[in-house]
Design a protein around this ligand. Structure first.
Ligand SMILES: Nc1ncnc2c1ncn2[C@@H]1O[C@H](COP(=O)(O)OP(=O)(O)OP(=O)(O)O)[C@@H](O)[C@H]1O
Ligand SMILES: [Mg+2]
Length: 253
């Protein structure tokens, strides 16, 4: 097994009275794709958002427990959530390019985080990120065109390019393929497999086939509990818990 990148201990999340995450303990490996699966409302997105403090932006949301990345407590008051989110990038279900050019969508993060000393360096980051996101060939002759003018699948790859442009160490993806057709889905899945060489990738998915195809480890959530977490093969062929068994065989969820 790879080194541990993220350690979460006794994590509880409440939205007002709703207890959305119940004492979750999990260790997420570096250079590995980890899938979060489970029925709608079980807390997958909530837990994912704990990992880059996106829940901070939701007023009624209260996160308790301990989450460390590389041994550093990400909820320490010293930690700047904006810096943290550059290190722990996120891709959402619905592609959400900024109303800016393709180039500026990707250059935005590196610019605000001062990752390029000059235009040439910035150009290089933009090209590298678009190449990694498998969008360069389609985008290179229209870098000044608006990102919102791309197809849905291209927009999602643009959002991936934007997320990786800040050289993150962890990439969180919340149902990144749910708005995509099978061809774009296959491209994004291929990309996820490549990204694993450089990052720890955590993907939420409703597709069991996708979890089985792209991930090495799978966590099954149910009613706010992390029920089972193991090698993906084990979860899908021989799960320990009855609830996991029921979910993967389509009896619950
Ligand atoms: N912003 C919010 N305000 C209040 N309650 C919320 C909020 N976001 C989520 N919840 C509640 O927290 C619980 C977990 O929701 P969450 O979105 O994490 O589930 P999920 O597993 O991602 O579901 P889905 O598969 O439908 O995306 C649910 O009961 C949900 O209603
Ligand atoms: Mg969700």
């Amino acid at each position: 097994m790879q080194d541990i990148k993220i350690k979460a201990k006794n994590v509880q999340v409440h939205y007002g009275e709703t207890h959305a995450i119940k004492d979750v303990n999990v260790e997420i490996a570096d250079k590995t794709v980890t899938a979060f699966i489970g029925p709608s409302g079980c807390g997958k997105s909530t837990f994912l958002r704990c990992l880059n403090r996106m829940n901070d932006t939701i007023d009624i949301c209260r996160v308790q427990g301990d989450i460390q990345i590389d041994g550093e407590d990400i909820y320490d008051p010293k930690v700047d959530p904006v810096q943290l989110r550059a290190k722990v990038g996120m891709v959402f279900q619905k592609p959400n390019p900024f109303p800016k050019s393709i180039y500026d969508n990707v250059a935005y993060g590196p610019k605000i985080h001062g990752l390029a000393r000059n235009k040439a360096e910035l150009d290089e980051i933009v090209e590298k990120s678009l190449r990694k996101a498998a969008l360069w060939t389609e985008a290179k002759d229209r870098l000044d065109a608006p990102g919102t003018g791309l197809s849905g699948g291209q927009q999602q790859r643009l959002c991936i390019a934007r997320a990786i442009a800040t050289a993150p160490q962890v990439l969180l993806m919340d149902e990144p393929c749910s708005a995509l057709d099978p061809i774009a889905t296959a491209q994004v899945e291929e990309l996820i497999d490549e990204l694993r060489q450089s990052f720890s990738v955590v993907i939420v998915t409703h597709s069991m086939q996708q979890a089985a195809r792209v991930s090495q480890r799978t966590a099954f959530f149910h009613l706010g509990n992390l029920v089972e977490y193991d090698e993906t093969d084990k979860i899908f062929t021989n799960p320990e818990d009855e609830r996991t068994e029921s979910y993967i065989s389509g009896r619950i969820g």
